[in-house]
Design a binder for this molecule. Structure first.
Ligand code: URA
Length: 266
């Protein structure tokens, strides 16, 4: 059954997500049962909300739902009660996680590998801001605030990220200069980077470098190092936009302070 408010008509033009009877809702997805949505928005208690659903007073993206298992996602879906939009009031959460190696930076993994979601409480309904490779450790921001996440990842904001890379061999001064000036990877030159050679261990023939970039291209730091002939052995992100990982132990997370949240998106 179709609901026919103006908002519904507008919304119906968009794809229908996992709304019908909770089908397709991932364990960690941000979808909520409609009775929870209505109760979180202060419209009714959960019990009363269930009655409203069964009575056919609720629409998701313009489609009437009468099943109590139906779910909708606050980021994509539009819920109406008696033709009026019901906005969900969601507390904004911002955390930093010290991502360990061997964990994927996605909400779910088709291969059943551990994800960063396994390291934060389920009920927080967060998602990662940008990505770190499976083998990269370090600072990963997570939030339920889409706008904030968008600002941190959009190229136009040029948020600087700093990595410690342990590479094979000892890069020559000219190679480091190439990285600083920008080097072609995947057919496109990288933006200038800050590069500091911390120390090289002549015996084991490996070097530690501090690399700061603002782009977020796929495997960028690994590819940059490979482009000068030095394979990355380990990679750890220690700073995003001036926010430092500090002494947070691996696999642990902490909330950001209000000041940290604000400073990141100036
Ligand atoms: N660059 C990489 O190569 N890998 C990461 O995980 C992050 C930046």
């Amino acid at each position: 059954m179709i609901c026919d408010s103006v908002a519904s008509r507008r919304k119906r033009k968009r794809a229908l997500p996992d709304v019908v009877a909770g089908l397709g809702a991932e364990p960690h997805s941000n979808s909520l049962r409609i009775q929870k949505w209505l109760s979180m928005s202060g419209v009714a208690s959960r019990r009363k909300a269930e009655e409203m659903i069964v009575e056919g007073r609720v629409c998701i993206n313009g489609i009437k739902v009468t099943e109590l298992g139906a779910k909708a996602n606050p980021q994509n879906d539009l819920v109406e009660l008696d033709g009026k939009i019901v906005e969900i009031v969601q507390e904004k959460i911002y955390i930093m996680l010290h991502k360990p190696e061997g964990v994927v930076t996605t909400v779910t993994d088709p291969f059943g590998r551990a994800t960063v979601m396994d390291l934060v409480p389920n009920q927080m309904r967060l998602y990662p801001v940008g990505r770190l490779d499976f083998d990269t450790s370090g600072l990963l921001l997570m939030t339920n605030d889409g706008e904030w996440a968008q600002k941190l990842t959009h190229p136009k904001y040029e948020v600087f990220k700093t990595y410690i890379a342990m590479v094979k061999g000892i890069p020559a001064t000219e190679s480091l200069q190439k990285l600083r000036q920008g080097i072609v990877i995947d057919g496109k030159k990288t933006a200038p980077a800050k590069i500091k050679l911390l120390k090289n261990e002549k015996k084991s023939a490996k070097s530690k470098m501090i690399i700061t970039i603002h782009e977020g291209r796929n495997h960028q730091v690994r590819k940059m190092c490979e482009a000068i002939g030095h394979k990355v052995i380990t990679l750890k992100r220690i700073d995003v936009g001036g926010l430092e990982l500090g002494a947070l132990p691996k696999s642990k997370w902490r909330h950001l302070t209000a000041k940290e949240v604000k400073n990141l998106v100036k």
